[in-house]
Design a protein around this ligand. Structure first.
Ligand SMILES: Nc1nc2c(c(=O)[nH]1)N[C@H]1C(S)=C(S)[C@@H](COP(=O)(O)OP(=O)(O)OC[C@H]3O[C@@H](n4cnc5c(=O)[nH]c(N)nc54)[C@H](O)[C@@H]3O)O[C@H]1N2
Ligand SMILES: Nc1nc2c(c(=O)[nH]1)N[C@H]1C(S)=C(S)[C@@H](COP(=O)(O)OP(=O)(O)OC[C@H]3O[C@@H](n4cnc5c(=O)[nH]c(N)nc54)[C@H](O)[C@@H]3O)O[C@H]1N2
Ligand code: SF4
Ligand SMILES: [Mo]
Length: 688
């Protein structure tokens, strides 16, 4: 057994503060460079005091979002777990009780129980479950290596971007994009299925700059969110009908000769098939399906057809439907018909992830995955936890599935199984941690070193550990190595230091990474990848098997399952809240207050009349899998037949104590096995 490091808390002189620059670790495209002020508490221990943005960073531009300025309150929260905790009493106890144990006690017992499972029931009885609570490649990705060395099931990380990634890859190969600083050159900007003012707030200055240059901004979204209010025009589309609208625009592009025939001939494959598919989508039919007027469809198509360059910023919102992959794919093919990819500021952004072509061959032990290893789709955790499936242990890190995963009522019931060993590595006493057998206290981004990519820009980030971990908090990577030693794992990659991982990641012949050495990255902290001054990634084609943008198979509009219509006539959308970052800030009063103190159900006045709901009263919401109760807001922001609850709130703020995901089903998308959070079919009744 390795000797346990005795940690000395750093002491600083009273009144002394210092500023450090760190990349924000959260699951957000902006990956901001933050200016973090550190200083002493009453006992002289150094802690995080204040967070703002690095004024010198070209993307961050001196501002952090309304959420992350409150990160210090989260890091210093009185309920933050600081020592390993072991459950006392049953998992079904209304109030979870824990006792403090030593790291050795916790790790020895967990390792022994995992060993028994491995010996008696095999690696398939242990599931790792994680997502992007930290985007760090070490604490978020490389830590999977332990499980791959043990041969446990693969977790398919499908909860967020899977449908979008599959759709983009079909058409364009690698995920390249228009970079934020080029957006100012666009003449028409379409924000489609993205609430960018809330979820990609560092794009806003570029939108404003484009508008000053004369650009028009159109938002395509089923409800009037902040971005719709900011846009010059809001097209309030019926949920799940984006493929129909995209095909309707294509119809007009072909009919009026607004296509770029030269680009289509040179850089695309399959236009004839697409032309045939678009033929039947005249403005009248498009209007009927999408809920827009034929005039709106014509006018929008004319703008897209005649404004060069046109820039589309698509979000994952439109993918969270049964046909979500196809819907996004249809939209993202528009700039290939207009040839916008040839112009600076023209084209589309879904994600910039593809420009970070690091060496990932051994990241997270990817090379250890054996053929035939079973896969579990993370959206189907509720089913995976059914007793008959035989899971004996669940190890959770960087995610809060009791709140964020589909069918969360059934997820919680599975977690409460007395025979399941559940270990949760956490920075907060989340509702998932409350159900654990062991809670292992985790460090925050200021307390561990890590390396960060981004999905909204092209800066690679590195953070050193700048704060001593409080109490006995430890990085995920430390915990995994300690378990690996106890389980006799000999695979060297599992024990890589930060420096060894960094060497591996940067050991690539990619021109994007030329000149970026570990030393330089560590010295500069945030380094732009080597991309051409004007980045036009699809100007001549795409890195697909054909070398062209693939328009084939032509996307087809498919309505959502009709058999649910009669019983569940309303669609429920549950998009991100402005003051939240998924459930990461759900315990902070400072951020739940501006969201209205408790989650609200936005319903259109027509629906309020139809279902006898009134402002401020409560409604029961029932779906095919569960039931929740929420306070009603009657508002024209919603549309008839589509209600909205913003934010994945912790159950503790809801009148019924439940997460909104008690309503969402495990239904997967057509491409990529993604989640369908904005396609929950519900009926509404007054709670009397
Ligand atoms: N403030 C804040 N920022 C965040 C997050 C957060 O929770 N809060 N979460 C982060 C994460 S993990 C992610 S993945 C991103 C997500 O950020 P977004 O991509 O902006 O969020 P989505 O859930 O994808 O929803 C975006 C919009 O899509 C709309 N939408 C739903 N269905 C449809 C449809 O069928 N068609 C169209 N056109 N629109 C539709 C919703 O109404 C919503 O306004 O944001 C990140 N940033
Ligand atoms: N209804 C509905 N549900 C949704 C969505 C929706 O729009 N509607 N959005 C979905 C989407 S897009 C996403 S991405 C998921 C996000 O869901 P999650 O991936 O669960 O993200 P968070 O809720 O932010 O929780 C992340 C957790 O990781 C922990 N964490 C952060 N850093 C570390 C670390 O270094 N170590 C350890 N051990 N823990 C850490 C945080 O304390 C936090 O509790 O939710 C999905 N769920
Ligand atoms: S959550 Fe997003 S916008 Fe906010 S500081 Fe982090 S990266 Fe920036
Ligand atoms: Mo996400």
């Amino acid at each position: 057994m390795p000797p346990r490091r005795k940690r000395q808390q750093a002491r600083t002189l009273p009144g002394m503060t210092r500023d450090v620059l760190l990349t924000c670790p959260l699951d957000c495209p902006d990956a901001c460079r933050l200016k973090v002020t550190l200083g002493p508490d009453e006992q002289g221990h150094e802690k995080m005091l204040k967070v703002t943005g690095d004024p010198h960073h070209p993307v961050t531009r001196g501002f952090a979002c309304v959420k992350t300025v409150h990160y210090p309150a989260r890091a210093n929260h009185p309920d933050r777990p600081l020592y390993p905790l072991r459950r006392v009493g049953a998992k079904t106890d209304a109030k979870a009780q824990f006792e403090r144990v030593s790291w050795d006690e916790a790790l020895n017992d967990i390792a022994a129980r995992l060993k028994t499972l491995l010996d008696t029931r095999g690696p398939q009885s242990i599931l790792r479950y994680h997502y992007a609570g930290t985007m760090g490649l070490r604490e978020g990705s490389h830590v999977h290596a332990l499980f791959r060395a043990l041969g446990t099931p693969e977790l398919d990380e499908t909860i967020c971007a899977a449908a979008g990634t599959a759709a983009w890859t079909l058409g364009y190969g690698a995920r390249y994009a228009v970079l934020p600083h080029d957006v100012q050159h666009a003449r028409l900007i379409v924000l489609w299925g993205i609430n960018s003012l809330s979820t990609n707030s560092h794009l806003t200055p570029h939108l404003t700059a484009a508008r000053k240059n004369g650009a028009k901004i159109v938002c395509v979204d089923p409800y009037r969110n902040r971005t719709a209010a900011f846009a010059d025009e809001h097209l309030k589309i019926r949920p799940g009908t984006d493929a129909a609208l995209a095909l309707g625009i294509m119809h007009e592009l072909f009919a009026h000769g607004w296509t770029d025939e030269q680009y289509i001939a040179q850089a695309t494959l399959g236009v004839d098939e697409l032309r045939v598919e678009a033929q039947e989508w005249n403005p009248e039919r498009t209007a009927e399906v999408t809920g827009l007027s034929a005039g709106q469809v014509r006018e929008f198509a004319r703008s897209v057809g005649t404004a060069r360059p046109t820039y589309f910023r698509v979000g994952y919102g439109m993918t969270r439907h049964e046909s979500g992959g196809t819907n996004l794919r249809a939209v993202t093919l528009l700039p290939a018909l207009t040839g916008d990819w040839r112009y600076q500021g023209g084209g589309c952004t879904m994600s910039t992830s593809g420009v970070f072509d690091l060496n990932r061959t051994q990241l997270g032990g990817a090379h250890l995955i054996q053929p035939g290893t079973p896969h579990i789709n993370m959206n189907q955790l509720a089913s995976a936890l059914e007793p008959a499936k035989g899971l004996g242990a669940l190890i959770v890190y960087n995610t809060n599935p009791a709140v964020v995963a589909p069918d969360s009522g059934r997820v919680r019931a599975g977690m409460q199984r007395p025979d399941l060993l559940m270990v949760v590595l956490e920075q907060a006493m989340t509702e998932t941690a409350q159900l654990a057998d062991y809670v292992l206290p985790a460090t925050t981004f200021a307390e561990h070193a890590d390396v960060y990519t981004s999905y909204g820009h092209h800066y690679l980030g590195y953070n050193p550990a700048v704060l001593e971990a409080p109490g006995e908090c430890r990085p995920n990577s430390w915990v995994m190595m300690e378990l690996a030693r106890r389980l006799g794992v000999t695979e060297p990659g599992v024990y890589w230091s930060m420096d060894e991982l960094l060497e591996h990641l940067l050991d690539t012949g990619s021109p994007h990474l030329r000149g970026i050495t570990p030393e330089r990255l560590k010295a500069e902290g945030s380094v732009p990848l080597n991309l051409p001054e004007v980045f036009l990634p699809y100007a001549d084609g795409a890195p697909t098997p054909s070398g062209k943008v693939q328009l084939t198979p032509a996307p087809r509009y498919a309505p959502a399952r009709a058999e649910l219509n009669a019983q569940y006539p309303v669609r429920l959308l549950t998009p991100p809240a402005h003051h939240f970052l998924n459930s990461t800030y759900g315990m902070l009063e400072q951020l739940t207050r501006p969201e209205g103190q408790e989650p609200q159900l936005l319903v259109h006045p027509d629906d309020a009349r139809r279902y006898r709901l009134s402002e401020g009263a409560y409604a029961h919401i029932e779906s095919e899998v569960g039931r929740a109760t929420r306070q009603v807001r009657v508002t024209e922001a919603a549309q008839p037949g589509a209600a909205v609850v913003e934010g994945t709130w912790w159950g503790l703020n809801a009148p019924d104590g439940s997460s909104i995901n008690v309503l969402t089903a495990e239904t997967l998308t057509d491409l990529g096995g993604g989640s369908t959070f904005h396609n929950t079919r519900v009926r509404l009744t007054p709670a009397l």
